[in-house]
Design a protein around this ligand. Structure first.
Ligand code: KMH
Ligand code: ZN
Length: 311
């Protein structure tokens, strides 16, 4: 029997799904994002998946100038791998979505492996009133929103970031077909191993949060990519912790953070990203598993190292 590898914990710190009304603990300003990211790193997150928000009203922004208010600070304070979103937020063009990764050349960037509906509109009814004017239409408009990631979009993002910067990817798969899209790009050599595949459950428009689906996606990834891939799991909302626990038990890696869930326990908001990292780290260690350090992850995923980025 092969020894189980150390568990890679990714923390997705703020994202572009949740709106400020939903939690006072969602980091918004560059200072809040930096502080929570650094605390998550100290708690055990070896990869930090980062988005930016308008500091005045919390709306997701692709503006590289806003990212640059926190990226150097995080890099200086910790050794964790900085992973910049190319998914961005609702309504951003693909050019806007990749602008920060193109200018900063991170070690890692997210790469969404197919187009899907992305329904956030049911949240509106649950909230009732809103802190900022942009929040309600932002969520409501997802009734008629397609999260666009065509073959051409994916190829453009990969070629640009690989050729210009040697950036490698968190390959986000929201449904079975996305694994096959990835297999196409791996077979033709556009995306090179080792692949770091993020299996995503519970986004409205993607595959549902059913453990049978996790087994099926994991088995399919194994058939398609064999030894050439590492896999990780994220699940939205209340499924976050149970899916991460299953993934760790099955030999996978995990992603936590307020991008994916605002909660630490049933009905209880997480006060920080680090709270979630600490809780899942505790579960991982209770299973007699170890957590991977950033340098161990760099070696496993063949990343270029923090010295090679432009911030
Ligand atoms: N919000 C997650 C479900 C991205 O940043 O590229 C997916 C995500 C997208 O992390
Ligand atoms: Zn993201």
């Amino acid at each position: 029997m092969t020894k189980q590898r150390k568990v890679i914990i990714t923390c997705a710190v703020t994202g572009a799904i949740h709106v400020p009304t939903m939690s006072p603990h969602l980091p918004i300003t560059p200072d809040e994002i930096a502080t929570q990211a650094i605390d998550a790193a100290v708690a055990g997150a070896s990869i930090l998946h980062l988005h930016a928000r308008n500091p005045q009203n919390g709306r997701p922004t692709p503006d590289p100038a806003v990212f640059m208010q926190f990226l150097p600070r995080i890099k200086e304070a910790c050794n964790s791998i900085i992973n910049i979103t190319t998914g961005g937020g609702l309504g951003m063009t693909v050019e806007e979505r990749i602008a920060t990764a193109v200018t900063t050349g991170p070690e890692m960037a997210s790469l969404n492996m197919g187009s899907i509906n992305f329904g956030l509109f049911p949240i509106v009814e649950k909230l009732g009133s809103f802190k900022y004017k942009w929040e309600k239409p932002y969520l409501d408009n997802t009734r008629d929103f397609i999260f666009r990631n065509s073959f051409a979009d994916i190829e453009k993002i990969v070629r640009t970031l690989t050729e210009e910067h040697g950036t490698r990817f968190e390959l986000e798969c929201y449904d079975m077909g996305h694994l096959y899209n990835l297999a196409y790009f791996a077979d033709c050599g556009v995306i090179k191993p080792p692949l770091f595949i993020q299996l995503i459950f519970g986004i409205m428009g993607g595959i549902g949060p059913d453990i049978d689906n996790l087994l099926h996606m994991h088995n399919t990834a194994r058939k398609l990519f064999g030894d050439e891939h590492e896999w990780s799991v994220l699940a939205a909302g209340r499924f976050q912790q149970s899916f991460c626990t299953h993934a760790a038990m099955m030999g996978g890696n995990i992603r936590v953070g307020l991008e994916d869930s605002l909660y630490i326990a049933k009905g209880k908001l997480a006060r920080s990203n680090a709270d979630q990292v600490r809780k899942l780290r505790g579960i991982v260690e209770a299973l007699s598993l170890e957590v991977a350090t950033p340098d161990e992850v760099r070696e496993r995923l063949q990343l270029k190292g923090g010295a090679g980025v432009n911030f």
